[in-house]
Design a protein around this ligand. Structure first.
Ligand SMILES: [Zn+2]
Ligand SMILES: [Zn+2]
Length: 226
């Protein structure tokens, strides 16, 4: 199906095969690829959920090691009500210390199209850029690497900060938000997990190069829009 990967097509209308799975859109496939580069185990549409409102909902991804749902949202799929409702439903409601299977309960993330700019500067030379996400419900989601079990994951700043997989403390670790640009996204993410200092240097170099080459005019090529 790779012949369907034509730039300029609306991303939502483009079934895309990746790693033995046919995704409804290239954006979903790019998220799967991004999760793979981070060595985050994923399942695509594993479970249809009936929400308290009675709505039927088929979330895009379940990340079984880190108790997280990921709903991918492109420009043509702006509605996020079901993801928000799932987030509310599955969040921790423990009185006292959290006894949920995952610290803070199950997390629901919204995965957006790639970020391609840093301020006014386009830092991405490939069509992919950097991963962009938000928590569907509750406090902001930060990306972090657990030094104890080695799993990459999203956590919120609700204390205590714990690894969602091994439950050990992440209090002293570096947490990243989307604007930190440390998570290369999609088909351009030929990136083996390395130390974040190296990634930050690379991004700084890209920004410097873009500033030098690009002063005045900006490239406006958008990967997921017409
Ligand atoms: Zn709990
Ligand atoms: Zn861990």
């Amino acid at each position: 199906m790779t012949d369907l990967h034509t730039d300029g097509q609306p991303i939502e209308a483009l079934p895309t095969e990746y790693s033995g799975t046919t995704f409804r859109s290239r954006l979903e496939a790019d998220w799967a690829r991004t999760l793979d580069t981070q060595r985050i185990l994923w399942q695509y549409e594993p479970e249809r959920v009936i929400l308290p409102s009675g709505a039927h909902y088929l979330p895009d991804f379940w990340l079984p090691e880190i108790g997280t749902w990921l709903e991918v949202k492109g420009p043509a799929t702006p509605r996020k009500e079901k993801a928000v409702e799932l987030g509310k439903t599955r969040a921790c409601r423990c009185d006292g210390p959290c006894a949920c299977a995952w610290p803070g309960g199950e997390m629901v993330l919204l995965g957006w199209v790639a970020e391609r700019t840093h301020g006014d500067i386009n830092v991405a030379r490939s069509r992919s850029g950097y991963a962009s996400w938000a928590a569907a419900h509750g406090p902001s989601a930060y990306f972090v690497l657990c030094p104890w079990c080695g799993l990459r994951q999203w956590i919120t700043l609700r204390r205590p900060w714990k690894c969602r997989a091994c439950c050990r403390s992440l209090e002293s670790e570096e947490l990243f938000q989307p604007h930190d640009r440390v998570l290369p996204f999609g088909s351009g993410s030929v990136w083996s997990p390395a130390d974040t200092a190296a990634i930050r240097r690379e991004i700084a170099e890209q920004i410097a190069e873009a500033e030098a080459a690009d002063s005045g005019h900006s490239r406006s090529e958008a990967p997921y829009e017409e």
